[in-house]
Structure formats: structure tokens, C-alpha cells
Design a protein around this ligand. Structure first.
Ligand code: HEC
Length: 204
């Protein structure tokens, strides 16, 4: 059993590293909105979405591996030190600033600003009307800022769901120890958990 887990971790690492390499190789092809030819075909909203989805995939791979290796409580510790680090290093690789924020947040560093809050409120309103949540693009003279919804999946509820029905007591006590002011529980399936914010520099 232990061997299988070890093998799985090594495999995931290899897959991750391979992915990382190909991301680096393709770096030139990743649009920073206006600098390369593909960006003329791809609008900033699509470019930002692609970057958010790549970062999501990397975070997700690490999360699943951490849960398998260390259990849910161990994975919380892992997320508490690595989630922002991983997101920041993806920002470097992709050449745009990416972050995840929320109003009912876990890490105080991930609290939504006023602009982000207004997007979150719009998405919650559209979900309440049973509409598909839409991304949004804002721009200044220098940057595009794109916003994308992050909805909960089944996997998320063991750390973000109902504190009685979904989260195990040991997990909850780890959450409370590491995040005394945690607001990121009580989420249901397919609820807005937070948003991706992607800042893309316009061409020089
Ligand atoms: C193993 C427990 C665990 C699971 C499973 C988990 N998360 Fe988290 N999540 C955390 C922790 C811990 C943080 C705080 C990370 C930090 O300190 O940077 C966090 C932070 C976040 C944030 C950033 C905003 C905030 O509140 O700090 C978002 C968004 C988020 N999680 C979404 C999800 C989604 C979507 C899923 C399911 C795909 C998920 N999480 C699954 C533990 C978990």
C-alpha cells in the first residue's frame, strides 16, 4: 500500500515536472495580451482563462497528491505553506500576476478587495438566477484585469464544506489551529468559493 502511494507521488511529480517543462517551453507562446502573434487572435479574457486553468491544474495535482500522502489534515498544512507559493511561481512562469481571493476566505492574504467583491456579488446574483457565471474584464491604460469564478466540487467540501457533515473533527481542528479567523467553511457543492484574478500587462 505504502509503495503504491509512493509510486503515485513519484508519478505525479514526474507528470508535474513534465508539465512544468512544457509550460516553460511554450512560455513564448503564452500571450501577455499584445506582445506575440497568438495574442492578436486570442483576446485577454481567453488568455487569462487559460493561465488560470493551468494554475488550477497544478494546484489541483499538488492538492490530490498531498491528500493521498498525508491525509486531509496534512494537506491543510501543505496548502497553508504552499498554495500561495505555487500560485506565485505559476505567475512567474506565465508572465502575468495570478491570485485567488474570496470574501469568505481562509488565508487573510486572500481577502477580496472592493473591485473583486463587486465581481463576486455579480456572480452570486447570477448563480441565484440559475445563470452560468461569466468572466469579466477590466482595463486601465497599462493592464487588463480578468476575473473568473471558482466553484466548489465534491473534493473541496472535506475542507470547505459543512463543519459537521463534510469536515472531519481532526481536519477542523487543524483548520482552526492554522487559521484562527477562518471563514471558508459552510460551502455547498457548486457554490462560488472564490475567484481567480489575472493581471496581464499590455504591450510595451
Ligand atoms: C485539504 C484541504 C483543502 C481542500 C480539499 C481544498 N482546499 Fe481550498 N484551501 C485550503 C487551505 C488550507 C487554504 C488556505 C491556503 C493558504 O493559506 O494560502 C485554501 C484556500 C482556498 C482558496 C483561496 C481563498 C481563501 O479562502 O484563502 C480558494 C479559492 C480555495 N481554497 C478553493 C478550493 C476549491 C475550489 C477546492 C476544491 C477543488 C478546494 N479549495 C479544496 C484547504 C483545502
Amino acid at each position: 500500500m505504502k509503495k503504491t502511494i509512493l509510486l503515485f507521488s513519484i508519478l505525479s511529480l514526474v507528470i508535474f515536472l513534465t508539465n512544468c517543462d512544457s509550460t516553460t517551453e511554450k512560455k513564448k507562446g503564452i500571450p501577455t495580451a499584445t506582445t506575440d502573434t497568438s495574442s492578436q487572435l486570442k483576446n485577454p479574457l481567453e488568455a487569462g482563462q487559460e493561465m488560470a486553468m493551468k494554475t488550477k491544474a497544478v494546484l489541483g495535482k499538488y492538492l490530490v497528491t498531498a491528500i493521498q500522502d498525508k491525509g486531509t489534515e496534512g494537506a491543510i498544512e501543505f496548502c497553508s505553506t504552499r498554495a500561495i507559493q505555487i500560485t506565485d511561481s505559476m505567475s512567474k512562469v506565465l508572465g502575468s500576476r495570478l491570485k485567488r481571493v474570496a470574501v469568505r476566505n481562509r488565508n487573510p492574504l486572500n481577502l477580496a478587495s472592493a473591485n473583486e467583491l463587486s465581481y463576486i456579488q455579480e456572480i452570486n446574483a447570477s448563480l441565484a438566477r440559475n445563470e452560468k457565471p461569466k468572466p469579466q474584464l477590466k482595463e486601465t491604460t497599462e493592464i487588463y484585469t480578468a476575473y473568473y469564478p471558482i466553484l466548489t466540487e465534491q473534493l473541496c467540501l472535506q475542507c470547505h464544506g459543512d463543519i459537521k457533515a463534510d469536515i472531519k473533527p481532526a481536519t477542523l481542528s487543524t483548520i482552526n489551529r492554522l487559521y484562527p479567523g477562518d471563514k471558508a467553511t459552510g460551502y455547498k457543492l457548486n457554490e462560488l468559493r472564490g475567484i481567480w484574478v489575472v493581471e496581464m500587462k499590455k504591450g510595451k
